[in-house]
Design a protein around this ligand. Structure first.
Ligand code: 5HY
Length: 247
């Protein structure tokens, strides 16, 4: 099976980190197709970046489905454009936040998401509510800009470690969820270091995608995720009119 992983920010080096994490857990026959959005913000830090990352993400999902992907993973912890992707595509579309939270809930009753910045923490609290995890999950920010994760000299990894240590002692968390796709390469060292399960959403989403494809399930086209209605879009978004993108 072919799993498309879209990084909805435009930083290709982060896509490479994401692709490595995905390939490391993919089953033998699974092919990972990694794509970087071709338009929009370099990193997604808050609501404005998120909104403007959605068109590029949708273009990659449409392209991937047309070219035979069996499932799509949105590799941003804000689950950027997830509902729109599900409306656009028939193949299952999985967000790394939802996949990580569901996975964590299987193995721990109380866990903490450690994300990048305060402006990201607040939207993630909204996702925790949306996914019904507010009785189990707390969200913390380590005060690290997303792209500092790409720079080993930035001190980001040590700030992340300090926040994980605080989560374990102050929240009494039983597991840690990494709240940014750019943290995917740290998962195994952090789980060894802290002695609790550490969940990376990229890996969790790949395994969820494999499960859905193996079960022969695709996105329901009845109701919320029905295909968008054909109509003109104008201006810079003219090429996104559903008649053009429809698969
Ligand atoms: C992510 N931003 O996973 C999120 C994390 C965040 O560009 N990739 C991003 O800080 O919201």
């Amino acid at each position: 099976m072919r799993i498309l992983i879209v990084n909805p920010n435009t930083t290709a080096s982060m896509t490479a980190t994401i692709a490595r994490a995905a390939s490391a857990v993919a089953a033998g026959p699974t092919e990972i197709l990694a794509a970087t959005s071709s338009m929009g913000p370099a990193s997604i830090e808050g609501y404005y970046d998120e909104a403007l990352a959605v068109p590029g993400l949708l273009a990659e999902i449409a392209h991937g489905e047309r070219n035979g992907a069996d499932a799509a993973v949105i590799a941003c912890f804000d689950d950027t454009g997830l509902d729109a992707a599900r409306a656009l595509a028939t193949i299952p579309a999985i967000g790394i936040c939802e996949a990580a939270l569901v996975t964590a809930a299987f193995i721990a009753q109380r866990f903490t998401v450690v994300t990048t910045m305060e402006r990201s923490r607040i939207p993630l609290e909204g996702l925790v509510q949306r996914y019904g995890m507010h009785g189990k999950a707390k969200v913390r920010a380590a005060d690290i800009p997303v792209l500092s994760l790409e720079d080993p000299t930035s001190g980001a990894a040590s700030k992340l470690r300090s926040e994980i240590a605080r989560a374990l002692s102050e929240d009494r968390s039983e597991a840690i969820v990494l709240g940014c796709a750019g943290m995917a390469d740290l998962v195994s060292e952090l789980s060894h270091e802290f002695g609790v399960p550490v969940i990376d959403g990229v890996a969790a989403a790949v395994k969820q995608a494999e499960a859905l494809v193996a079960l022969g399930l695709s996105t329901s086209k009845r109701g919320a995720y029905a295909y968008p209605l054909a109509k003109p879009y104008i201006g810079a978004l003219a090429s996104f009119a559903p008649a053009v993108l429809a698969l």
